[in-house]
Ligand binder design. Structure first.
Ligand SMILES: Cc1cc2nc3c(=O)[nH]c(=O)nc-3n(C[C@H](O)[C@H](O)[C@H](O)COP(=O)(O)OP(=O)(O)OC[C@H]3O[C@@H](n4cnc5c(N)ncnc54)[C@H](O)[C@@H]3O)c2cc1C
Length: 477
């Protein structure tokens, strides 16, 4: 894997636009001309001027996708983070309209102050709404709530040529669904109207179980889940039969007297829950961490201590909602811990009934001696998504591996075969190395997606490194 660069590194100062970009994994950087969007007209202008033979263009949110989805080598990138803000709130219909660059953090803080929240959020709050739609992100409640896209009422989308469309499940449904999880390849999302729901409390009641191996972990997560949120943190560095032991946590809003609710709002910061979710993490990993700072022996000891410290069975532990939903946000820029070679996150999903294939994947990584420093297992429910949406009913496993690990790529190629053979897929928003020949098997509705693209982007203007690598923008270049 190539040596990673800082997320955004300035290459030329004359026009302040040529920049090196990479994803959260800090792998596979490429340089592009970056324009910071501050009004819708900037996007319209960029897409009006784009045409055949011109360098590709792609939107970028907060750059928290792990791989190469939000960059375009030699092309143009529209940085949407400056095009933020909350446009309006409809308390009767329980909807909020926002600009695409607003972060989930800022939105949750605003909604929380008036006793509202979003039904679905990903594991980090520092992503934009545009990025959340383009990846059709999922949270810890997919088994109950589906993914982010299930709660999007409409999208304002600027397509190549500069036309701005308002699309929804009722207006151009094909384009709407292709935009959910469409990785920015159907247009630039300018804004969206999203469902909101009442927020009772800034705390959750969590039931935590400690399991001894992967079999027990899967059995526990397979039980009928009446809880709102559930997730398992797995120890894949534990030796012998302990591999896959886990802390499985399932949680619901704190019952009884709402804690932290004042009038219609949640008072920020006062309750130890840190409900001002827009603030930056208090601890930041410095740049230029040397390689080898994270070592298997170190992480193995940390995992073992964490597992041992947890009680075998605990019911109703009171945990701050923000800390429960976004545990990794406590440490800013944590991917720097992986050093100059960065990290690869491989996130797979296999359909229910194919758990044996998931176990095979874990065993293969162990047989290849590849260290998995972080492993998170979740359950997906049966909800429809877009043709490129990642979730299908079953189990999803996210694995963090050091980018420089010996034999990583061939081993992940082998995992692809197992996953595709089981009717599963990998998450494009985390991907940096998938081969394009595997894509149609993993995403059987790929042709539906490509048909929408042929209609809205016949010249192949919208192009990212991921799209080129996976053949998603072929035809136009
Ligand atoms: C610590 C951490 C935890 C995470 N946990 C989860 C999780 O639990 N569940 C989950 O699903 N994901 C998770 N993710 C992944 C993350 O939620 C997604 O990658 C999300 O898309 C990132 O949003 P972003 O604003 O950073 O977008 P970027 O990374 O900048 O872009 C991602 C994609 O969205 C497109 N895009 C961005 N903005 C627009 C726009 N305005 N119009 C059109 N396309 C656009 C880009 O072209 C690109 O294809 C996690 C990431 C991190 C770093």
């Amino acid at each position: 894997m190539p040596v990673a660069e800082p997320t955004v590194r300035r290459l030329a100062t004359e026009d302040d636009r040529e920049r090196s970009l990479c994803g959260w994994g800090r792998i596979a950087p490429s340089s592009a001309r970056v324009r910071r969007v501050s009004q819708a007209e900037d996007v319209v202008e960029a897409l009006s001027g784009a045409g055949p033979g011109r360098a590709g263009l792609i939107a970028r949110g907060a750059g928290r996708s792990y791989g190469d989805a939000a960059q375009s080598a030699g092309g143009r990138v529209l940085d949407m983070t400056g095009f933020d803000g909350i446009v309006s709130l409809d308390r009767e219909r329980l909807t909020v309209s926002v600009r695409a660059g607003v972060t989930i953090a800022r939105l949750l803080t605003h909604l929380g102050s008036i006793g509202l929240t979003l039904p679905v959020v990903p594991g980090t709050r520092y992503v934009t709404v545009g990025g959340a739609i383009a990846s059709d992100v999922h949270g810890k409640s997919h088994h109950r709530d589906g993914s982010f896209g299930a709660h999007v009422r409409s999208i304002g989308l600027c397509v190549p040529g500069g036309e701005v469309l308002e699309i929804s499940p009722h207006v151009d449904r094909e384009l709407f669904e292709a935009t959910l999880g469409g990785m920015g390849l159907t247009g630039v999302i300018l804004g969206a109207t999203l469902d909101v729901e009442p927020l009772a409390c800034a705390w959750v009641a969590a039931d935590v179980d400690r399991t001894d191996d992967l079999e027990q972990t899967l059995a526990l997560l397979s039980e009928h889940d009446r809880h709102r949120w559930s997730v398992a943190w797995l120890d894949l560095l534990a030796g012998g039969s302990h591999m896959g032991r886990a802390l499985v946590s399932r949680a619901d809003p704190w019952p009884g007297e709402p804690t932290g609710v004042h009038g219609h709002g949640i008072r920020a910061r006062r309750h130890g829950g840190g409900f001002d979710l827009s603030e930056k993490p208090r601890v930041e990993v410095p740049p230029r961490i040397p390689s080898g700072a994270l070592r298997p022996s170190l992480v193995r000891a940390f995992n073992a201590a964490r597992w041992r410290r947890s009680p075998r069975r605990e019911r109703g532990r009171r945990v701050a909602l923000g800390g429960y939903l976004f545990p990794l946000d406590a440490l800013g820029s944590w991917s720097r811990l992986y050093g100059p070679q960065g990290l690869v996150q491989y996130q797979l999903v296999v359909p229910g009934g194919q758990e044996a294939q998931l176990v095979r994947c874990v065993e293969l990584l162990r047989a290849r001696r590849l260290p998995v420093y972080l492993a998170v297992l979740k359950r997906f429910g049966a909800f429809p998504g877009g043709p490129l949406s990642f979730p299908i009913e079953g189990f999803t496993l996210a694995l963090d591996l050091p980018g420089g690990a010996h034999g990583l790529r061939p081993a992940l190629d082998e995992l692809d075969e197992i996953v595709a053979g089981a009717g599963g897929r990998v998450y494009l928003s985390k991907d940096v190395r998938l081969r394009k020949d595997v894509l149609p098997t993993m995403y059987p509705q790929l042709d539906r997606f490509l048909a929408v693209r042929a209609r809205v982007d016949p010249d192949g203007v919208l192009r990212s490194d991921l799209a080129r690598r996976l053949g998603l923008c072929e035809g136009g270049g």
